[in-house]
Design a protein around this ligand. Sequence first.
Ligand SMILES: [Zn+2]
Length: 318
Amino acid sequence: MMMLPDVAVKMTESLKSASVIFVLLVTALAYTGAQADSTGTTPDSPATQAETASAPAAPDTHPIFSLDHRVPGGVAVIDLGRSPTRPSVAFQNKPVLVIPDQSGGWIAIIGISLSTPAMQQSVEVKNDANSRTIHFEVQDKKYKEQRLTIKNTRQVNPNSGDLKRINTELKAQNSAYQQFTQIEPSNVIFDKPVEGPHSSSFGLKRFFNGEARAPHSGMDFAVATGTPIHAPAAGTVTLTGNYFFNGNTVFVDHGQGLITMYCHLSVIGVKVGDVLKRGQVLGQVGATGRVTGAHLHWNVSLNDARVDPAIFIGMFKP
Ligand SMILES: [Zn+2]
């Protein structure tokens, strides 16, 4: 796993028992959030240094600024000012979504992973010949606990064969999240993928059968099996599969690292390479994988950081 050097080192040093492997694996899962309702103990803390320059003032009335919630699991929207060409922006060494505003300026939309420390952070901005650093402050956010009971105990403590499968599936899903295409998203303020009540929030600290696992990497909608799921923006299907935790799953790439994932489907209605229009049906809600009942689990990822989907549909709660 490219961004987990500490975990990788630990894994090579101490592959002593299935339980050790499992703990490390779930720690990795906790970091990547590749799994919808996945397992894990503690997120790591990337060694991002605070710097001393002041944060940019970015007052703006552009509707995109409604996405700006600078917390772990949130989004920072930063006005980059005007330039004739699109600046390239990197956060934690990963490329960031940049869109034009209506006046010749550019806006960076940065995903802040749950494991990002609440402190000053910075992005690197490159523009033709010159480069600069913009700082921004990430505020702390407290996420609640959630305790769930899973009847199939193998879905809480998988056996060694399961772990092999989980690891392979994790690699495929992580690589889907890491794609960065130069396509500009059709819209970054999303439509809801299903009509129905929101049942479980992003970021909940989860306990399955009393055991600590990874925080909830997306949001859930309590909707019946068979409910059609609509693409919240145009995109390309980059991965589908039937996964141990996530069940039937679809990944959609909306462009420039803005990627969404839909889990526990009863029916996958698309195939890899399909180009979806905004609103197009991609599958049906179900109860496959590790679930306590039928629902849609929906992830949103920016620059390979899983962020709160509620932000993109106007439902964010501080
Ligand atoms: Zn979920």
